[in-house]
Design a protein around this ligand. Structure first.
Ligand code: FAD
Length: 434
């Protein structure tokens, strides 16, 4: 797979933390754990490996946050793609309660990493809204609020009626919403730059432009091949999410999820009056549609609006492919007028069959965390922490994230036509939903 086209995101243009200096690997070296990928997962894992007294080396094919981590919408949620009541039906109430605790551990872990490295402005508990596009979707959110209160004793999330939702969002498009004040948002490039700088300061080597092209796994450990040097380590950690398979194939790991392109536009800064009318509490929002739209205001009055342009990612560099997203933006926030778009970009999301990420072992000495299914902002911190535990010999119980079925998804060769048909189908269902 050749790397998809990369239009720069608004995050790079507005980052306040400079990219720390990092060079390609130019010689052979040894370490305790070789981490493949310098996105949220790889860097969080490196942090927790250091905390456990181990010496990691991070190898990144392209650049810091080049993958989904630098292209994300950056919304830090307190739930999974699936509702808790759905998880309870599927896995049983004790497992759903475990997953609820883990979701809060995830956002707490992200917050703790940002605090540890004192990364200014990288994370805030802004509150998270899930606006409902139809009455049926709102009923689903309400039953989840009821489940959390009854089963988990969690009384914080609440349902907003249509009028309160319109005030919170600054749009009349939605029939109600879920609000969890504990959710938050990150500036992803500042988070990655700050975390990478902190790791480098404590002696971690991070090598960019260093694709790992082979991993030899034996009883003695692993040897990783890169263009200009080999890395010998006791273990390797694959932290490549949707980009697994780009330069390296380890068994069938790259076929255990479907890579789907997600796209984002960010306007030029809006006038103060218009900016104040949109998400006035500066919460983040991600709606209930199957082909969801997500939006947030940025500190400099830009409106970020995410959705699906071309699900294959093949037209990521073509501004015309973002037209559908821009039309929904204009319909949702008519006060913006004809939107002046400053940035358009896309990235790949790794969709697992059960819409939750998976952590595990491959072969003798390789660990992985893959399939974040568009919920990686917080869950990468959680799985990074537990990957480091696994590297020290622990076997954490993360419910179906550690013990669930993570099998190859069939029909990968037909991925593109299947995705195109599903996108049309879901688009129609979203439009007709009541
Ligand atoms: C447009 C978009 C919007 C999103 N919005 C949200 C959101 O609002 N909230 C949320 O929770 N999640 C969201 N996500 C998902 C979230 O961003 C990801 O789950 C998360 O960033 C994954 O982080 P990662 O470190 O595992 O992978 P990535 O950030 O993708 O990093 C993987 C890295 O591995 C490197 N790599 C691959 N192969 C090799 C190799 N052989 N050798 C060396 N390096 C290699 C790649 O270059 C890449 O830098 C979004 C994703 C996208 C694309």
């Amino acid at each position: 797979m050749s790397p998809p086209e990369h239009a720069p995101s608004v995050w790079r243009a507005t980052a306040r933390i400079a990219r720390p200096a990092a060079q390609p690997l130019g010689e052979d070296r040894e370490c305790d754990v070789a981490v493949i990928g310098a996105g949220f997962t790889g860097l969080a894992t490196a942090h927790f490996l250091c905390e456990a007294g181990m010496r990691p080396v991070v190898l990144e094919a392209m650049d810091l946050a080049w993958g989904a981590s630098g292209r994300t919408a950056g919304m830090a949620g307190t739930r999974y793609k699936r509702t808790y009541s759905d998880l309870a039906t599927h896995y049983g109430t004790p497992t759903a309660l475990l997953m609820h605790r883990l979701a809060h551990e995830a956002i707490g872990t992200l917050e703790a990493i940002v605090a540890h490295y004192r990364i200014p402005g990288a994370f805030a508990r802004t509150g998270q809204l899930i606006p409902a596009h139809a009455a049926g979707a709102l009923a689903g959110l309400a039953s989840d609020v009821a489940w959390l209160a009854a089963e988990a004793g969690d009384h914080t999330p609440r349902i907003l009626d249509a009028a309160e939702t319109a005030r919170e969002i600054g749009s009349a498009e939605y029939v109600g919403a879920w609000l969890d004040a504990r959710g938050g948002a990150i500036q992803p490039v500042d988070y990655v730059h700050g975390l990478a700088a902190g790791l480098i300061a404590r002696g971690v080597a991070i090598h960019v432009e260093t694709p790992v092209t082979a991993v030899a796994d034996s009883a003695d450990g692993v040897v990783l091949t890169t263009p200009h040097g080999r890395v010998r380590a006791r273990q390797a950690i694959l932290a490549t999410d949707a980009y697994a398979g780009m330069a390296l194939r380890l068994g069938d790991l790259h076929r255990r999820f479907v890579p789907v392109s997600a796209s984002i536009v960010a306007t030029e800064p809006l006038s103060d009056n218009v900016a104040k009318s949109i998400l006035p509490g500066r919460r983040v929002a991600s709606d209930t549609k199957r082909l969801l739209h997500a939006f947030r205001m940025l500190p400099d009055n830009r409106l970020l609006f995410a959705g699906r342009a071309d699900v294959t990612g093949r037209r990521a560099g073509d501004p015309a492919s973002y037209g559908g997203i821009e039309r929904v933006l204009a319909r949702t926030f008519p006060q913006v007028g004809e939107p002046r778009i400053g940035h358009r970009w896309s990235g790949m999301v790794a969709m697992a069959a059960d819409a939750i990420p998976h952590i595990g072992r491959h072969g003798k000495n390789v660990l992985y965390a893959l399939g974040f299914s568009g919920r990686g902002v917080t869950l990468t911190a959680l799985l990074g922490k537990h990957l480091a535990r696994m590297a020290t010999g622990d076997e954490p119980d993360l419910g179906p994230m550690s013990h669930g079925r993570f099998a190859p998804i069939p029909l990968q060769r037909l991925r593109v036509p299947i995705l195109q048909v599903l996108t049309t189908y879901y688009g129609i269902r979203d439009a007709l939903a009541r």
